[in-house]
Write a protein that binds this ligand. Structure first.
Ligand code: PHE
Length: 342
């Protein structure tokens, strides 16, 4: 066996030193040192040796293994160095060129616009609040003056959970939560995801984003509401915007309005974005209904307030002229990458 091992060492060392490339070197490693390799094959005969012979042969086998490993490592390093040298000698290879830069992520446009709106409102003294996406009937409907048999429930098709909870269909449940949480007067916004059981098309998505805002104080009037909305929209669009109010029905506000802004694309002339009308419907709002104030624990004789619910998804679509809402949550990185800063 000693002869066999010596012969293996001589043969293997010669083969390794002559290995022309990494692939051949790997093959040799397997051939000599692998589980089914030559060394293992010889060692299988160890059992037949006498107790005196065994330690000598074992020690030699280890030496051979170490020698082979060392030779393979050495040859591998030489081959690598040679490969780099060859690359550098290639006149087409320029080692001073910068490598490909890793691709950077970016903020989603809805995030960017939400953060902008948060900044605007924080500067005006609003709290920034976060409320649950899983709600109960009381906060999403009942407390907002939408009882079980009210037709307004049909305006917002709902994802119901098996335990009777639901995915909030709007950010308005936060109105009641905020009233219960803070002593008036106060003002707050709460942006977030909302969910509706919709048939999906270019302007309907099951998940979209709103930001709700409320102001609670004594003697809040429609004039306060209009002033606040104009300030808000001016800050969002970074210019003065022309608005108009139309009556709008929402059970939790009275009076309720649909606020339109003059189309930012055509300045009211009429274009495809505003479908020729010169106006774009943007933000439902109104004075908080006395029943809602009462449900939030406030006395409507003493306190009053306004509320608005701004569709962030729609705002993003208008700002970037995105024609299909499904792009927003579609997760296609080619879409997202268009909003990469810089
Ligand atoms: N919650 C309403 C909706 O999503 C919008 C709204 C909010 C209307 C606040 C009036 C006041 O349709």
């Amino acid at each position: 066996m000693i002869d066999e091992l010596e012969a293996l060492r001589a043969e293997a060392l010669e083969a390794v030193s002559g290995a022309p490339a990494q692939a051949e070197l790997r093959d040799l490693e397997v051939k000599y040192l692998g589980k089914k390799g030559a060394l293992t094959a010889i060692l299988k005969g160890m059992g037949k040796l006498s107790a005196e012979e065994r330690p000598t042969v074992g020690a030699l086998a280890n030496q051979v293994r170490e020698a082979l490993k060392g030779a393979i490592e050495g040859r591998r390093a030489d081959l690598e160095a040679a490969a780099i040298e060859a690359l550098c000698a290639d006149p087409h290879f320029d080692a001073s060129l910068p490598g490909p830069s890793p691709s950077a992520g970016s903020l989603h446009p809805v995030t960017t616009i939400t953060e902008h709106i948060e900044d605007v409102f924080r500067a005006m003294g609003f709290y920034l609040l976060d409320y649950p996406e899983v709600e109960d009937d009381a906060h999403n409907f009942e407390g907002l003056n939408i009882p079980a048999d009210h037709p307004a429930r049909d305006m917002q098709d709902t994802f119901w959970l098996q335990d009777g909870h639901l995915l909030r269909t709007h950010t308005s449940p936060g109105q009641i939560r905020a009233m219960a949480e803070f002593a008036p007067p106060f003002r707050a916004i709460f942006p977030g995801r909302v969910f509706r059981y919709e048939r999906l098309d270019a302007s309907h998505e099951h998940t979209f984003h709103q930001v709700e805002g409320i102001m609670i104080d004594r003697d809040i009037s429609v004039a306060n509401l209009i002033h606040s909305m104009k300030t808000l929209l001016g800050a969002i669009f970074e210019r003065e915007v022309t608005i108009r109010l139309r009556p709008g029905f929402f059970p939790f506000v009275e009076p309720g309005f649909e606020l339109d802004i003059q189309c930012q694309v055509c300045a009211g002339e009429g274009c495809s974005v505003c479908k020729g009308s010169g106006w774009v419907e943007l933000l439902p709002c109104g004075l908080i209904h006395p029943n809602v104030l009462r449900y939030g624990g406030l006395d409507p004789e003493e306190w009053s307030g306004w509320a608005f619910g701004l569709g962030l998804s729609r705002l993003v679509m208008m700002k970037y002229q995105i024609e299909d809402i499904r792009h927003l949550m579609g997760g296609d990185l080619r879409f997202n990458a268009q909003f990469r800063a810089g």
